[in-house]
Design a protein around this ligand. Structure first.
Ligand SMILES: O=C[C@H](O)COP(=O)(O)O
Length: 265
């Protein structure tokens, strides 16, 4: 089986201006180094608002920090008359590694459907960015027991027509909508059920080797106290962290989940 380096990614959402961003990244780096974090073994990324990215790039590249960074969204277009949009080309130029695509908040609040999400995945790949493709079911879908079918349909739509080499660049984030920002965390078994189904479908869409190499994250109320148990699941390769990622001590602790009492991964 391919080795998958765990990824802990902090999605700051619409929080922290560029000055606060600089402070957080500096403190995060200090805290991780103080905790003897092995950056090569467990990858850490921050996903700030667009207006913070240049400052974050400057501090990370200037001080040679081992933290990666990326955007929270991108345009499906590369350039042109799209007022307010941000091109993947701009993100790539800033040194972004990742870009979130299809977060449930963008699907719900900005009307992004599967076709738009698929176009954004392609836009990210065109510019050498790894899309963090978000999928996940609403509460009523889970109550109907349809979470796996729902998530796999989102996955199929987003990856339709991609080559195995392209899929290998994608990170998938399973984020049950009912667990986002609610304090309602999915159980490790809930997360594994869907993440395992995602990997099986990735193998069907590409190859077993490709699917083995793709990282699948869990997102939804991940905190220092629950991350180790979730990370212990076979098909969970990291976390997409919202609220806890803008608290330095919490996010640092989440990134160092392997040092938690009883922590595995
Ligand atoms: O992208 C992150 C997710 O929406 C999770 O957010 P949360 O950790 O605040 O629940």
């Amino acid at each position: 089986m391919a080795e998958r380096i765990p990824l802990l990614a902090g999605n700051w959402k619409m929080n922290l201006d560029h000055l606060q961003a600089t402070h957080l990244v500096q403190k995060l780096d200090w805290s991780l180094r103080d905790g003897k974090h092995d950056f090569a073994a467990v990858e850490v990324a921050v996903l700030p608002p667009f207006t913070d990215l240049r400052s974050v790039q400057t501090i990370i590249q200037g001080d040679k920090l081992a933290i990666r960074f990326g955007g929270q969204d991108l345009s499906q277009h590369d350039a042109g008359a799209y007022t307010g949009e941000i091109s993947g080309a701009f993100l790539a130029k800033l040194g972004c590694t990742y870009v979130v695509v299809g977060h449930s908040e963008r699907r719900a609040l900005h009307g992004e459907d599967d076709a738009v999400v698929a176009a954004k995945v392609r836009a990210a790949l065109r510019h050498g960015l790894s899309p963090i493709l978000c999928v996940g079911e609403a509460l009523e879908v889970r109550q109907a027991g349809e979470q796996v079918a729902h998530v796999l349909a989102q996955l199929d739509a987003a990856l339709d027509g991609l080559t195995a080499e392209e899929v290998a660049q994608v990170v998938v984030a399973y984020e049950p909508v009912w667990a986002i920002g609610t304090g309602e965390v999915a159980t490790p078994a809930d997360a594994q059920e869907v993440c395992g189904a995602i990997r099986t479908r990735l193998a069907e869409l590409t190859t077993g080797d490709t699917a083995d190499g793709v990282r699948i994250l869990y997102g939804g109320s991940v905190k220092p106290g629950n991350v180790a148990a979730i990370m212990a699941e076979e098909d969970v390769d990291g976390a997409l962290v919202g609220g806890a990622s803008i608290e330095v001590d919490d996010f640092s602790s989440i990134c160092r989940y392997r040092s938690h009492h009883g922590g595995q991964g």
